[in-house]
Design a protein around this ligand. Structure first.
Ligand SMILES: Cc1ncc(COP(=O)(O)O)c(C=O)c1O
Length: 459
């Protein structure tokens, strides 16, 4: 039995690679794609041949009729909220565990995010909780394919049909994943995804994709993308805005780079799935280590690999939050980082607690809106998951470069085996350590509090 690095032993892993591998992978064909745009001298983000070609290829790959490349994932989700016909004061149901942007896309359209709890096993939106949140102002449900596992669309679609709601898919974590044979991005009535450089399908900067099979949704989103205007190829610009639009256009360099990445998405996805499955198989041999659950009919692409720790199953009567924190520290000391992904249910963030939004309480103060109270402690499944789980990786970094390499899987497996061989000591440490739950990091109500910034101008 070797001594844990946390207690003065030799760390298992001291190098940078493969944990610090780069992503997205750049091959000569990606550089050629970038050069193609630069050499063409055309940089406009609309009706550009690279953007049109990329949209066509994406539409074919995902089997979705209409596709728009956008400037970011948040922009694509905002366009999805607009396309869904949401108007100011409408409510959109969003999971309490996601990245903030799922909810801020709703706010960007002056609509109100209403949070539902997650399923404690899949970590995705719990359909039962969704149903309890429906009101006379609910217009849409935003399902997030969290961590790379598609949400429960069968149950969510039934609810959407029953209450005449639009089903929006946030597929930002799940490019390459499938649900009952269909690809993530094609699972909602309308969907958005992110292409920023930590995502499964990434470009060399910021970008997003809007997807739909509904021509009306497409037309609306297309106006949202470009100043509210209808841009028709080969026709003079009418300079006539039909609705409020933004500049949500993508840079053609991002589109060209994306085209070569898309060609390799299947290759990467196969690696992520086979390495993630391998890791899960190894980890399930350790008592009290619960790898991500993959329901039948779905594939998980492990954008985030969230592990649940159950001390009881490991034979210890210790607080589960303390246990998870001690395991995180022991693994970190071995050079194999684990991290929290989100510290609190999204409604615990200061903006919701203070209803800061646009200022003056908007959108929550708009006439005709339902009173909403954001009480993050209501989301008991989310709280329990945050306290008892950790994701593989360092702060700010996510899955793709970890799950590309089998070597990384073996490093983590060996790390967990070493920690599990020393569990008596780890539990002893857990019982004595200072402890507060992850959400205690949230500052109390912070309306009007700004952090100090350094001026851009020097001197
Ligand atoms: C679940 C989720 N939704 C939306 C977004 C927003 O994407 P972007 O950063 O490209 O605006 C992100 C990511 O960053 C995300 O993780």
């Amino acid at each position: 039995m070797s001594k844990l690095a946390l207690f003065g032993g030799e760390p298992l892993f001291k190098k940078e690679r493969p944990l610090e591998d780069r992503w997205p992978e750049t091959l000569p064909e990606d550089l050629e794609a970038i050069n193609r745009v630069i050499e063409s001298g055309q940089f406009l983000g609309i009706n550009h041949p690279e953007i049109e070609a990329a949209e066509k290829e994406i539409s074919e790959y995902f089997d979705v009729d209409y596709v728009l490349l956008m400037g970011s994932g948040t922009a694509s989700l905002h366009a999805a909220v607009a396309a869904a016909g949401c108007v100011p004061g409408d409510e959109v149901i969003v999971p309490a565990l996601t990245f903030l942007a799922s909810a801020s896309a709703v706010l960007h359209h002056v609509c109100i995010p209403v949070f539902a709890d997650i399923d404690p096993v899949t970590y995705n939106l719990d359909p039962k909780s969704v149903e309890t949140k429906i009101t006379n102002r609910t217009r849409a449900i935003m399902a997030v394919d969290l961590h790379g596992l598609p949400a429960n669309y069968e149950a969510l679609r039934k609810i959407a049909e029953k209450y005449n709601l639009v089903l929006i898919e946030d597929a930002a974590h799940a490019m390459g994943a499938t649900y009952q044979g269909k690809k993530a991005g094609a699972l909602g009535d309308v969907a958005g995804t992110s292409l920023m450089p930590v995502k499964q399908l990434a470009t060399c900067g910021e970008g997003g994709i809007f997807f739909t099979n509904n021509v009306d949704f497409y037309n609306r989103a297309s106006m949202v993308r470009s100043f509210g205007e209808v841009i028709q190829k080969d026709k003079p610009r009418a300079y006539n805005a039909f609705t409020l639009g933004w500049n949500y256009r993508i840079n053609p360099i991002m589109a060209a780079f994306l085209r070569t990445q898309l060609k390799r998405l299947d290759h990467y996805t196969n690696l992520f799935i086979s390495n993630g499955t391998y890791l899960s198989k190894g980890l399930s041999e350790l008592p009290g280590v619960i790898p991500p659950y993959v329901p039948e009919g779905s594939t998980h692409v492990y954008h985030m690999y969230r592990i649940k720790f159950d001390p009881k199953a490991a034979g210890y009567d210790v607080h589960p939050g303390r246990f998870a924190k001690a395991v995180e520290e022991a693994m970190g000391a071995e050079g194999l980082p684990l991290r929290l992904y989100q510290n609190a249910p999204i409604p615990g963030q200061a903006m919701f607690r203070t209803k800061e939004g646009f200022g003056n309480g908007v959108p929550w103060s708009l006439p005709g809106t339902n009173p909403i109270k954001y009480d993050f402690e209501e989301y008991t499944n989310t709280l329990e998951v945050l306290e008892t789980t950790r994701c593989i990786g360092k702060n700010g970094s996510a899955g793709p470069w970890y799950f590309r390499n089998r070597e990384t899987m073996d490093l983590y497996l060996n790390g967990f085996r070493k920690v599990w061989e020393n569990l008596d000591e780890v539990v002893d440490y857990a019982e004595k350590m200072e402890y507060s739950p992850p959400w205690s990091i949230l500052a109390p109500s912070t309306r009007g509090v700004w952090v100090e910034v350094t001026p851009t101008k020097k001197g």
